[in-house]
Design a protein around this ligand. Structure first.
Ligand code: PLP
Length: 513
């Protein structure tokens, strides 16, 4: 019987052959090195049309095994043309990021180990390295030692966790009974600036706070949350029977990278007993540059803060550092330990208790490798360079009569629009001014489209106080003066060419003589 059973199972089904793995691994590492050496071979923004990649892929999974050789060939043939090259040094869109060498190698090792960093015992090194590198990062940022860190996949998740902890701190019964089951509970209110990232609203939507209960506080001329408006909103809400529970301030907002005055917001939160979360996903990282530490002024008084190594610390996606002053508050929201996950070790961190996840990637490994490879000084020098390049651009913009800065640039992201000086003479009364603004929107959009279509550089846009703004974000580790200058020349050339082509048509259409 036993031998019959063994026979029924069939021959052993092994893993990938190790020699094949070694050969393919070497080929891939060589490919990566070549790719990183010559990113200019590729258009930064993929030229694919919607559906083009999909149309070339088989409709069904292969029933027979295929060789890695064949799969890698298809990677180059089918997948690569559909890639927008975030690692390209002329990638200046959104917030530019970097999968640096040590980070890539860290990812490779983490995939090979494939550990699940859910409990301390499921890989003690994964948990303890996470605690260690987050302490290193906290110290580099100048944050106080009582902040404890956890790595999340992204800032959107990290902020969601912070908002959940804030919510449960004022209404612990929600955990058991849900919002609908809490009789007589006043409606909760969260405050953030009108410039805050959409992830804050999303967090409130997911957590049952409701999008309408996120109050967007007015910003000043530099796009910073106005503390006086915040106090007024909180007082008004309390008087009307709402329950304020959380303020989210931003260090480096997404559109303009403005910095909310956290040092003024923190005492307000303390006075009203509100949780203060700081979204420093992009801008917070600048604080590792000693002379930029001031960007986190006031964050010492926050309850939580998120900063993304995958944005501006040369660490491949995904890696977001959430710091909380009271890890118990997170655990009160998220810890739920079934029998099969119980473990007996004491005084250890079980990161599964800090969020909604169970399975957790060993993200600390790549961050450790990045921090060690570059060192604090090397990391700071690279971020400092990005800031210098952006400030240099600001000076060029300020000196150019045909370009207008649309927001201050405290970091390495610059928002501007082309506004040919010859147009100024045409904008007189309100009707003409509006027509001019509409023309400038169209012109700047066309300039951006032309530059992006060239494949030489990729920039994105935003809208600032109603105006279409070109947004240049310098953040890739290989972006240096040459790439910025080349992109700048391209932008200027396209702006002159397109203004020449579009102006007459606009004047006739808008009946401007
Ligand atoms: N917060 C800010 C200020 C951001 O700019 C962004 C993204 O650009 C996010 C949060 C979301 O980051 P993530 O993609 O890590 O969720």
């Amino acid at each position: 019987m036993a031998s019959e059973g063994a026979g029924a199972v069939g021959p052993p089904l092994g893993e990938m052959d190790l020699d094949e793995f070694r050969r393919a691994g070497h080929r891939i590492v060589d490919w990566i090195a070549d790719y990183r050496a010559h990113p200019e071979c590729y258009p930064v923004l993929s030229r694919c049309r919607p559906g083009e990649v999909r149309a070339q892929l088989p409709r069904a999974a292969p029933s027979e095994a295929e060789s890695i050789e064949c799969i890698l060939n298809d990677f180059e043939r089918l997948i690569l043309p559909g890639i927008t090259h975030w690692n390209h040094p002329a990638f200046f869109a959104y917030f530019a990021i970097t999968g640096s060498g040590p980070g890539i190698l860290g990812e490779l090792l983490a995939s090979a180990l494939n550990v699940n960093a859910m409990l301390w015992r499921t890989s003690p090194a994964a948990t303890e390295l996470e605690e260690c590198v987050l302490d290193w990062l906290r110290e580099m940022l100048g944050l106080p030692a009582d902040f404890k860190g956890v790595i999340a996949d992204c800032a959107s998740t990290a902020s969601l966790l912070a908002i959940a902890a804030a919510r449960d701190a004022v209404a612990p019964e929600i955990r058991a009974r849900g919002m609908a089951g809490c009789d007589g509970m006043p409606k909760l209110r969260l405050y953030t600036s009108e410039q805050a990232h959409s992830s804050i609203e999303k967090g409130a939507m997911i957590l049952g706070i409701g999008q309408e209960n996120v109050r967007k506080i007015e910003t000043d001329a530099r796009f910073r949350m106005m503390p006086s408006a915040l106090v007024q909103a909180i007082r008004g809400d309390i008087a009307d029977g709402w329950r304020p529970f959380c303020v989210v301030a931003t260090v480096g907002t997404t559109s303009t990278t403005s910095i909310d005055p956290v040092a003024e917001i923190a005492p307000i939160c303390r006075d009203f007993g509100l949780w203060l979360h700081v979204d420093g996903a992009y801008g917070g990282m600048a604080a590792i540059v000693p002379e930029m530490r001031h960007v986190l002024d006031g964050c010492q008084g926050a309850d939580s803060i998120v900063i993304n190594p995958h944005k501006w610390l040369f660490t491949p996606l995904d890696c977001s550092a959430l710091y909380v002053r009271d890890p118990d508050a997170l655990q009160r929201s998220f810890s739920l330990v079934p029998e099969y996950l119980k473990s007996r070790e004491e005084d250890v961190t079980n990161y599964m208790d800090w969020g909604p996840w169970l399975g957790r990637r060993f993200r600390a490994l790549k961050l450790w490798m990045v921090i060690r490879h570059f060192g604090h000084e090397g990391l700071a020098a690279r971020i400092r360079r990005h800031i210098e390049l952006a400030q240099d651009l600001v000076q060029r913009i300020d000196a150019d009569p045909d370009i207008e800065a649309l927001a201050p640039a405290p970091f390495s992201t610059v928002c501007f629009r082309f506004r040919p000086s010859t147009l100024k003479a045409l904008s007189g009364d309100a009707r003409r001014r509006q027509a001019c603004d509409e023309y400038l929107d169209r012109l700047n959009e066309a300039v951006l489209d032309a530059v992006n279509a060239s494949g030489e550089a990729f920039l994105s846009h935003t809208r600032i106080r109603g105006r279409y703004a070109v947004r240049m974000a310098i953040g890739n580790i290989n972006s240096d003066r040459a790439e910025v200058d080349r992109a700048w020349r391209l932008l200027r050339d396209e702006a002159s060419r397109l203004d020449g082509e579009m102006r007459q048509e606009w004047r006739s259409a808008a009946r401007i003589s």
